[in-house]
Design a binder for this molecule. Structure first.
Ligand SMILES: [Zn+2]
Length: 276
């Protein structure tokens, strides 16, 4: 059982954003903080003093500030996402036109260069039935704003994410075999700042948003990460190796530099982090 209790002691004056303290009546031993919906929630053992809470907040002040700021930024991004994602839809480098069709069941399909989103887009009522993708649950909070744009956004996001493995996986396999560079595991991830990464455990990570970029750019990212299995840095030797495999890699690198930031931004990811 929790007894929720809001305090003003830790409010705006110190951190500049709302802090809610929940005292646990169970045997919680440590103070724990999380940031949800731009609000800091502090769960404390039963007899924690305000001074102790304040000390914890102070100790994590930078983290709290950064996390709340990020969430605030994301909320803005999501509210702006409607018009933005529609304008810059790409599939393997090809601009897509969006067609929205009213029907009872959800479906997203690609016909040529038209991405058709069909579903109960203009459904009204308290809580729309959620099933843009069979089995796929919406991310937390995504149904909060009820509107055709938000639902279509989520449906398209799920569609893209479902495409990712089928498009990226075979290319990774192809290059891995061709270059005879074996990896341990390959994961498709939701990263906001990078297209791919390679760990010292020989695990490869790729951003699902690579389904947006032209196939040659995708190949460049894959070759780049595979080459890190061979050389873990960006030394002259590393680039020589990449260049030996893809002589025109500079063009693809440039393409990513030019368009990458926008593409990483059009589908803001859900962020929810905690300190421990
Ligand atoms: Zn690199």
């Amino acid at each position: 059982m929790f007894s929720g209790k809001s305090t003003s002691d830790f409010d705006n004056a110190i951190l500049g954003f709302p802090v809610r303290v929940v005292r646990s009546s169970r045997r919680r031993k440590t103070i724990r903080m999380e940031v949800t919906d731009c609000e800091v929630l502090v769960r404390t053992p039963p007899r924690t003093t305000p001074k102790e809470i304040q000390a914890t907040l102070n100790a994590h002040r930078q983290w709290l500030h950064d996390t709340v700021t990020k969430q605030q930024k994301r909320q803005e991004e999501v509210s702006q996402a409607g018009p933005r994602w529609k304008q810059s839809l790409l599939y393997q480098g090809i601009p897509l036109r969006l067609a929205m069709v009213q029907q009872n069941a959800w479906s997203v399909s690609l016909n040529g260069t038209t991405l058709q989103i069909a579903g109960p887009l203009w459904q009204t009522g308290k809580s729309p039935q959620w099933s843009p993708m069979a089995g796929a649950k919406p991310s937390r909070g995504s149904v909060r704003a009820i509107g055709a744009d938000d639902l279509a956004y989520e449906a398209v996001l799920h569609w893209y994410r479902n495409q990712a493995r089928g498009i990226i996986g075979p290319r990774v396999e192809f290059w891995s075999r061709r270059l005879q560079l074996a990896y341990h595991q390959m994961r498709i991830k939701d990263q906001r700042t990078r297209w791919g990464s390679c760990s010292s455990q020989r695990n490869l990570n790729f951003n699902w948003r690579l389904v947006l970029v032209p196939p040659k750019v995708l190949d460049y990212v894959i070759v780049h990460e595979l080459c890190h299995l061979w050389e873990m840095n960006h030394s002259r030797e590393f680039w020589a190796k990449v260049s030996g495999i893809l002589p025109d890699y500079q063009n693809h690198r440039q393409w990513l530099k030019k368009h990458g930031e926008v593409l990483l931004d059009i589908f803001p990811r859900e962020r929810r982090s905690r300190p421990e």
